[in-house]
Design a protein around this ligand. Sequence first.
Ligand SMILES: Nc1ncnc2c1ncn2[C@@H]1O[C@H](COP(=O)(O)OP(=O)(O)OP(=O)(O)O)[C@@H](O)[C@H]1O
Ligand SMILES: [Mg+2]
Length: 274
Amino acid sequence: MTNDIILETRGLTKEFKGFTAVDDVNLRIRRGTIHALIGPNGAGKTTVFNLLTKYLIPTHGQILFNDKDITRVEASAIARQGLVRSFQISAVFPKLTVLENVRVALQQREGISFHFWKSERVLDRLNERAEQLLDDVGLLSFAHVSTVDLPYGRKRALEIATTLALEPEMLLLDEPTQGMGHEDVDRIADLIKCVSANRTILMVEHNLHVVSKLADQITVLQRGAVLTEGDYATVSADPRVKEAYLGVSADEPEEPDNTTSDNASDKESGEAIV
Ligand SMILES: Nc1ncnc2c1ncn2[C@@H]1O[C@H](COP(=O)(O)OP(=O)(O)OP(=O)(O)O)[C@@H](O)[C@H]1O
Ligand SMILES: [Mg+2]
């Protein structure tokens, strides 16, 4: 594949009853990069994410994945093409063990019939692969723990493992560190870095500390439109970005869920980007 751009949007627009939540957004996500979508509250990040993952249908515009127009393709079909939203399969069944959850995801990937599953050798092979995935996300020692008993941050790691079981070429992550304490934030950030090898990642992330640490490229949204793009140093130095954040943080208090970092200046407030 010679095309450097794995995911592209052209004129992506979403209107809700006359209100334009996403306004003519042109994204170009380079293959093999970690790309972050940021912006103040109400900027349209979640709506863009939901358009990309087919939870919403755009009012106008196109989405191309590996040069193919996927605007009208269903979520399950794009997952088979390699574009996977984390947590979309919500394959964390609380009563199953951590290992069993990954096995279910692997089974889903392979579309293995129940009959086929009866073979001991197949089960062994799946167990090996599941253990490998758990090891990759630092959960091997939790393999036989009931998922319901996992701490929150570990559940997110498990969700990433079940997503990786689908062998995605590109992963879409919606606020992967939301609601976490700083230890978990750092662990999930390291994990994202780790799983980004040979993959492309697009993430919506409020925690600018995480964005600064991980993102190769950042798109800043404001009122549904792209305000600017670039690496962290470039966008954080942009006065329009500072203004966009300060403008919002001045009259909107932060949500407690997003107070995820160990340092007050790292929160999703204006200070973090200044
Ligand atoms: N289903 C909907 N119907 C009507 N308006 C909507 C709908 N979904 C989102 N909006 C509006 O679109 C705008 C963008 O919302 P969106 O949730 O995409 O923002 P966001 O950047 O994710 O914000 P946050 O940082 O608070 O998560 C907001 O003004 C929101 O009220
Ligand atoms: Mg949102």
